[in-house]
Write a new protein. Structure first.
Length: 383
């Protein structure tokens, strides 16, 4: 997808200039901007009319109070100057008039008229799936997000997430570890890294995909921005996978948007006592598909053929047999005790009925063979 200003037709840049000016107005969002343009005929004509309160009142959904706010904000913005300032920053963009505007995103109720991005937006041309979850998460959630994202990359799926702390971060990292493609949708301007500790991750995403936002450069990460951000995450994606979500997690907002947009929602189950999985369990009760592996998702979306499924299961079975063949009886006994959720050393010793010295030796052997992983605090989990 084109991004550099030298390659853009003048009429496209002309439209983008007005979309950008409208984006700078706090009183307007995608739906109102579209109504203005449809009513007045073009972005330029809509802009010229936006300082006329009586003309604005004639637009569907515009009362006098809103019209007065829009007219006031209009007086404070110079489209030419603000667009020149944007171009100087070197970011790319795509507008909803473009033929290569993402098809799935165009289908939602309120697609953004202008998306700012840095990186290669072409990765959105491939099949996209979203992975989202809570900022607060368990080691189990981190592991699942990382592995699911990595596995999806192996099937040439672009993973979409929000670069937030927690599950989003681990989903992006999983993609990058596999050399895949990922899209990060921001709830602020591209010149602001939020959260700030993800600056290096943001740069890696730019190099392996794209960082995108509907918010103009300089926009702060205000709380009200993130629901809008979430609808783009789901809107770009054929389906949304919720890995861990508490009862009030923002990930559930993304899932709700996905349902409203007619997209599939998938939920990864967790422990029944885990507060971080209650949102996922609620989604499953309400009809979301329970998934245990990425192939469950791909089969549901017809992105995965039956032959691929058989081949994958055969390889998995062979690898499992090979791993088990390398283990002695004590190691097999211990391996069957350790679940796919973190288990403390003390509990393993009690369940195995072996001396702690023996358990430590066996755990070390299993860890060296890559069958289990030790986590901080002497917790162990199966790979």
């Amino acid at each position: 997808m084109g991004g550099g200003k030298d390659r853009l037709p003048k009429d496209r840049a002309h439209k983008a200039k007005y979309y950008h000016a409208f984006n700078l107005m706090p009183s307007l969002g995608p739906v109102r901007i579209r109504r203005l343009i449809r009513h007045f005929g073009s972005p330029e004509q809509a802009w010229e009319a936006a300082n006329n309160i009586e003309a604005l009142i004639q637009v569907k959904g515009f009362g006098r109070s809103l019209a007065e706010k829009v007219a006031k904000e209009h007086r404070e913005i110079n489209p030419e100057k603000s667009w020149a300032e944007f171009e100087q920053k070197g970011y790319s963009y795509i507008i909803w008039d473009d033929d290569n505007y993402p098809r799935l995103l165009r289908e939602i109720y309120d697609p953004p008229p202008l998306l700012y991005y840095m990186g290669d937006f072409n990765v959105s041309d491939t099949s996209c799936l979203a992975i989202v979850g809570s900022r607060r998460h368990t080691a189990y959630g981190k592991e699942i997000a990382y592995k699911f994202a990595s596995a999806l990359s192996n099937y040439k799926i672009t993973v979409v997430s929000g670069m937030a702390r927690g599950i989003d971060t681990w989903a992006h990292k999983g993609v990058l570890s596999a050399g895949g493609k990922t899209l990060a949708v921001m709830g602020c301007g591209l010149d602001i890294c939020y959260p700030p500790e993800n600056r290096m991750l943001m740069e890696k995403i730019r190099q392996s995909g794209a960082v995108i936002s509907e918010f103009p450069p300089g926009s702060e990460p205000y709380p009200q921005n993130f629901p809008r951000r979430n609808r783009i995450i789901s809107g770009l994606s054929a389906g949304t996978i919720v890995v861990e979500a508490g009862e009030r997690s923002g990930a559930l907002i993304t899932a709700d948007f996905a349902l409203e947009q007619g997209r599939e929602v998938f939920a990864v189950p967790g422990g029944i006592n885990s507060p971080y999985s209650r949102g996922c369990h609620r989604l499953i009760k309400e009809g979301a598909k329970l998934v245990e592996k990425v192939e469950d998702v791909l089969e549901e979306l017809l992105l995965f053929s039956e032959n691929d499924t058989i081949s994958h299961k055969k390889v998995t079975a062979e690898n499992g047999a090979e791993d088990r063949g390398q283990l002695n009886q004590d190691e097999i006994k211990l391996m069957e005790i350790i679940p796919y959720e973190p288990l403390p050393l003390e509990q393993i010793v009690i369940m195995s009925k072996m001396p702690i010295s023996t358990v430590n030796i066996l755990l070390l052997g299993l860890e060296l063979k890559g069958i289990i992983k030790q986590l901080p605090g002497k917790y162990f989990v199966r790979n």
